[in-house]
Design a protein. Sequence first.
Length: 193
Amino acid sequence: MALNDETPRLGCGRRIDELWEAIDQPPGNHEKTCRDCQQARAALYNLASVTEAMRGQDRRGLYPSSRVKETIMTVARAEVRRSHRIQLTHTKTGTIQISAQALAALVRFAADTLPGVRARRCSIDPYRPAPSAEGSQVDAADIHLTLKVAVSAALSIPPTMEALRERVIAVVSAQVALNSRQIDVIVEDLYDA
């Protein structure tokens, strides 16, 4: 292949760009008889096929496999189901958290183990003291629970709710080391025992 100042040319004088532009077409009359064009065409054809194969790999590489997509979606679904996180503690290796959903399940379990009480909904928020409580120290592990329950009509509600609060405090502090600074229990319904 001979080179001049402007464009690379083959030994027969033909520009290599012309050959490249027609690589997808059958060889013309000149190319059928010219040894330079045949060799260049073969080399360019190999280059074109390798380039196309690499483009195909790039296109496939840009899209995750179905296995990768499914794994990503499993993690995403789990994150949505877990809801927001509550910080338990901070260590040298990082923060330890629990999902609000897992904690709510624990609180509902504690309520359901008390005879005559059926847990309904539970919400958990960080504890925020009243504005009038000056100088009140708030820890990241301090939480505010709101628990909605249905109670047997045969029970006396005030002592049952006190027992429920004590049970929730005991279970939450023992299982996840959180401080239930405020527990609001709302009796939504009575049911026949």
